[in-house]
Design a protein around this ligand. Structure first.
Ligand code: FAD
Length: 296
């Protein structure tokens, strides 16, 4: 049986009708075995997913999930942002993930982005304590941050602006998360810092994305993946092993509930959740259980 509220799940708004059907009729029901505390839905800060994020949020809410839309100003003005926040409030949405976001390069030159802390203050000003607000945190430090301690100070600022918790960028060095949480506590941060976990599926894509977002893929993982370059099944199993062990270590350490970046796929997260004991082995997908070598 799933343990209540032991994780949260992130989805992106599907681009096609087929993707939408797959998400709502296959992926989300399969992941329901994890009994997530909430599901979040990403937002393209350039406005690219303005309608599809709202649609996906409402569809997940209609299925009975507590949903946290991601929001960021992007190129929107205060009026448009207030309108979106009030729309969510009127539909019974009670959670938000407040972000600065990243704009596509062509827009970035013309607009300066509104920082997440300012958005948190804006949400509190407009809706008081209605929303439970999460903000982003970076155990390996945000690529634009002037320094390690400064990034933690900025995280503290946005939490003090009224956010309830932080969710981290994904990481594969578990020590980077533990050290980061220690430094956050030393800086006086009392809100939980939830580990964000990205299953390793499409490794080439993950490598490209990690360069841009400042998450590090350890050399030993890259080298092992290189061994499996012509063998996608072995690469997949290895990725599952690595992330299962990472999650097991986090759970053993008493970390707050994990936030899974599902990439709209159920099998990797379900398998990882079974491997690390988040759900029992009879639950969810029928894929093979992968046991980490150290536990065999
Ligand atoms: P901020 O907290 O505003 O910080 C941005 C930068 O400014 C950092 O380098 C910070 O150190 C610096 N900074 C903050 N305050 C100050 C200050 N006072 N003075 C100087 N510098 C300062 N992106 C999307 O486009 N859509 C999504 O749905 C999305 N979801 C995400 C979910 C999670 C859990 C995470 C971790 C990231 C997500 N992102 C998303 C990516 C995120 O938008 C980018 O990492 C973006 O570059 C930073 O957003 P932020 O909210 O962390 O920014």
């Amino acid at each position: 049986m799933a343990k209540d509220g032991n994780c949260s799940l992130e989805f992106f708004p599907p681009k096609t009708a087929a993707g939408r059907l797959r998400l709502l009729e296959e992926t989300v029901p399969a992941l329901g075995a994890l009994n997530p505390e909430y599901c979040s839905v990403t937002y393209g800060a350039g406005g690219s997913t303005r309608d599809s994020t709202v649609d996906t949020v409402m569809e997940l809410a209609a299925l009975g999930y507590d949903v946290a839309p991601h929001i960021s100003f992007g190129t929107d003005d205060h009026e448009a942002m207030a309108c979106l926040i009030h729309r969510y409030q009127s539909k019974g949405i009670s959670k938000l993930v407040a972000l600065r976001g990243d704009l596509p390069p062509d827009i970035e030159r013309e607009h300066s982005l509104v920082r997440a802390g300012e958005l948190v203050s804006f949400i509190r000003e407009k809706t008081g304590s209605h929303f439970d607000i999460a903000v982003a945190a970076y155990p390996e430090i945000h690529p634009e941050a002037p320094g390690y301690d400064q990034d933690i100070c900025f995280l503290k600022d946005k939490l003090e602006a009224g956010a309830n918790k932080a969710v981290t960028q994904y990481f594969y060095n578990v020590e980077s998360y533990f050290y980061f949480v220690d430094r956050c506590m030393a800086a006086g941060i009392t809100q939980p810092v939830h580990p964000g976990i990205m299953p390793i599926t499409d490794f080439a894509k993950l490598q490209r994305f990690s360069k841009a977002c400042g998450a590090e893929i350890p050399r030993w993982i890259e080298r092992r993946m290189a061994d499996f370059s012509g063998d996608p099944d072995s690469a997949f199993k290895f990725g599952i092993e690595v992330v299962s062990q990472l999650c097991a270590t986090l759970l053993e350490s008493g970390a707050p509930p994990i936030h899974f970046y599902t990439m709209n796929q159920s099998e990797p997260v379900c398998t990882i959740a079974r491997n690390c004991g988040l759900i029992s082995s009879g639950s969810a997908d029928a894929s093979d259980k992968v046991i980490h070598p150290s536990a065999a």
